[in-house]
Design a protein around this ligand. Structure first.
Ligand SMILES: [Mg+2]
Length: 329
């Protein structure tokens, strides 16, 4: 069998002026690794996220080139320490190459709203069909946001919510939020992600209010430590796992298995991948977590899709641009 590999680069403008770690993100830059072995082809997206990934896209590119050369030459790579985004994209390309990732899956995601979306007629219309949505909080006065959540839950009696505050609140601001939340609504909050700036305050808040807690930033940060242990994340009911920030498919699967054995739920979530990466995350989520709806509703932030469309999206589709390297064994 003849092996070859290519690395594509993409740049897609971001519409919404999203701010990550204090930096406005105007475009998404990433790479797609394509592996070819005889007649089989597999792709994986390597797209470190500015402000959240430890690796820059430049060093990820250099490492990806090295990995692809090793793979084409059939060299053993078990001892190579890879950046999370490279490990994820390369392992995903291998999975697709070997046909291990299911392709016929429901492309479900949880719709993403902000507390201000109540005025958005289209968003509200789509919610009538949903039983679960995600609302970003921590962007306005906590009490006002709780009132908006109350209104949303009153208007859609079958709806449950995942909330995400992205560590915006002090403990007292978090309590402001929960004081304004109608007591009958607490059980319809599936979880709140990272309510407080300090994880210890988030644990206190969850204990004192009965609102279930999910770790996102805390998980991505803890998982970087070489001596990472899952028990450091005790106290939360759910882990929000962003594979681009965690590592290979195998590492994600191990983490999911360990979390479930410890009684925690896991939700796979996007780190602003292109439509190519998002469709693969939907397939990965269905394979590893068939009962969990992933949080992948980020495509609308982009001005275009990449190579593989998300079912139902009307955004224009860009093809992978001419590869920047080719290796043939
Ligand atoms: Mg989050």
């Amino acid at each position: 069998m003849t092996r070859s590999a290519r690395l594509f680069r993409y740049r897609i403008p971001i519409n919404s002026g999203i701010v990550l770690s204090g930096q406005q993100l105007d475009e998404r830059v990433g790479y797609v690794a394509q592996l070819r072995d005889g007649a089989c082809v597999g792709c994986g997206e390597i797209a470190p996220l500015v402000g959240l990934s430890v690796e820059s896209s430049e060093v990820a590119k250099q490492q990806a080139i090295c990995v692809l050369k090793h793979w084409v030459d059939g060299q053993d790579m078990t001892d190579m320490a890879l950046y999370p985004s490279v490990a994820f994209g390369f392992s995903m390309a291998l999975m697709c190459l070997s046909g291990q990732l299911p392709s016929l899956v429901p492309y479900h995601t949880v719709p993403l709203l902000s507390a201000g979306s109540m005025a958005d007629t289209a968003a509200m219309g789509a919610l009538a069909e949903c039983r679960l949505a995600k609302v970003k909080v921590g962007r306005a006065v906590p009490g006002h946001e709780a009132e908006q959540v109350n209104q949303l839950l009153c208007r859609f009696p079958h709806l449950s919510l995942r909330l995400d505050a992205n560590r915006a609140w002090s403990l007292s601001q978090a309590h402001d939020f929960s004081r304004h939340l109608a007591p009958a609504h607490v059980s319809r909050i599936v979880f709140i992600e990272e309510p407080c700036q300090r994880p210890a305050d988030s644990l206190t808040f969850s204990r004192e209010t009965g609102l279930a807690l999910a770790w996102d930033e805390t998980l991505q940060h803890a998982a970087r430590a070489p001596d990472f242990r899952l028990n450091r994340l005790a106290g939360a009911q759910t882990l929000v796992l962003k594979p681009t920030l965690i590592g290979s498919v195998q590492r994600c699967a191990q983490l999911i298995g360990d979390a479930q054995a410890a009684g925690m739920s896991v939700v796979i979530s996007s780190a602003l991948e292109s439509s190519l990466g998002l469709t693969q995350l939907a397939r990965l989520s269905h394979w590893l977590l068939p009962d969990s709806v992933p949080g992948l509703d980020t495509l609308h932030l982009f001005s275009a899709q990449l190579e593989i469309p998300w079912p139902g999206s009307t955004l224009p589709l860009h093809s992978l641009q001419p590869h920047i390297q080719v290796w043939q064994s």
